[in-house]
Design a protein around this ligand. Structure first.
Ligand code: SAH
Length: 346
């Protein structure tokens, strides 16, 4: 079995070049082909000698995953369902919004957080993804772009809890960020988390400059304990403290996410409590009207209810953005494609 190149690309290429006494620029050329020139295989790397290309193909495997499904939405959203070497599956998405080209990647097979409205965690977590598998999602999505399109943003908002897999995520984001990698600035890379204070503190102490989005979903612990079970042993005060600490060390404005669920967290008094909680914080509130998951009892609030919720927050001076739904026709929301595939098979 050839080695998976993306698992540890720098060391693997160095070792390969050393063992064959190849000049160091070969490693640089290969990186360039993969990250900048969007090569899909070794044969595409036309400035490498043909014999070297076929040797590389025998010894180093670029892709460890297979494309199980590739869905395209009428709105330009594309979604890949990838089959992992051990049989697991992950999803990742490309979103097109004017000049923005945002990719959304997964970090785990399933999710252990158990948020009651989310499709990703319904069957728990199988395992963490490796750095190579995370980088692979990025490169596979980049290959979907036309020549005149450029990847501009990365959101770690796919299946899984990114901060429960930081050890694999950070090296993968490093490949996304570094100039010889995808060269995407840290400002344009967002990690979305359920809110794990220790891991947020670790990011702060590392001087990380990625944007952080925290999935709040509730204006108080009582509601959050019901929606986000891990909250019972964490509590919102500890999350907000870690978030403030991250803001102070990174200087990046925080994003709070709030899935709006009819008759659960969408009442005017909830908007009022939320506004109080966010007052004085340099933050953006990202409201996501619930995207229905089949089999779950939750509903999307009416347009009027959404508007009322928004107006209360705006009147209190909170910066609010409602997230538009994209790719509805292709199950683009997190965990849904993987799930619909599993349901069809079972
Ligand atoms: N584990 C990370 C990433 C999850 S997905 C986190 O919790 O942030 C990104 C966002 O989508 C999270 O805020 C998540 O709560 C939200 N989400 C999950 N299922 C949803 C649904 N059915 N409708 C709308 N938003 C959903």
């Amino acid at each position: 079995m050839p080695d998976h190149l993306l698992a540890n690309i720098d060391e693997t290429l160095d070792a390969y070049c050393n063992s064959r006494s190849l000049p160091r620029f070969r490693a640089r050329q290969i990186r360039e082909w993969l990250f900048k020139k969007r090569a899909a295989d070794w044969q595409a790397m036309t400035n490498l000698p043909k014999t070297l290309r076929s040797e590389l193909a025998d010894e180093l495997q670029i892709w460890s995953t297979k494309i199980v499904r590739h869905n395209k939405s009428v709105d330009g959203t594309e979604k890949l369902l990838l089959g992992l070497a051990d049989g697991g599956q992950v999803e990742c998405v490309l979103l097109r919004d004017r000049v923005r080209r945002t990719i959304c990647v997964s970090t785990q097979v399933g999710c252990g957080m158990g948020c009651v409205f989310c499709a990703s965690g319904l069957d728990g977590v199988d395992r963490n993804l490796t750095s190579g598998e995370i980088v692979e999602q990025m490169l596979r999505l980049q290959l979907l772009l036309d020549d005149d399109e450029r990847l501009s943003h990365i959101v770690v908002m796919g299946v899984g809890e990114p901060l429960a897999n930081l050890d694999a995520l950070l090296p993968a984001l490093e490949q996304a960020h570094r100039p010889e990698g995808l060269d995407i600035s840290a400002r344009r890379i967002t990690i979305s988390t359920v809110g794990l204070p220790k891991a947020i503190d670790r990011l702060a102490s590392m001087n990380s400059h990625y944007r952080l989005a925290i999935s709040l979903h509730a204006p108080n612990d009582e509601i959050r304990d019901r929606l986000v079970p891990v909250n019972r042993r964490i509590g919102m005060a500890a999350i907000l403290q870690a978030a403030d600490n991250y803001f102070n060390s990174s200087g990046r404005r925080l994003t709070f996410e709030y899935v709006l669920l009819a008759d659960i967290n969408d009442e005017p008094k909830h908007a009022g409590q939320l506004a109080k909680m966010l007052a004085g914080r340099e933050a953006l509130l990202n409201v996501i009207p619930y995207n229905p998951v089949s089999g779950l009892p939750f509903r999307t609030p009416t347009a009027e209810r959404q508007q009322q919720f928004r107006a209360i927050l705006e009147a209190s001076g909170v910066r609010v953005r409602f997230r538009h739904r994209k790719g509805d026709d292709i199950d683009a929301a997190c965990g849904q494609l993987r799930r619909s595939q599993a349901t069809q098979q079972s």
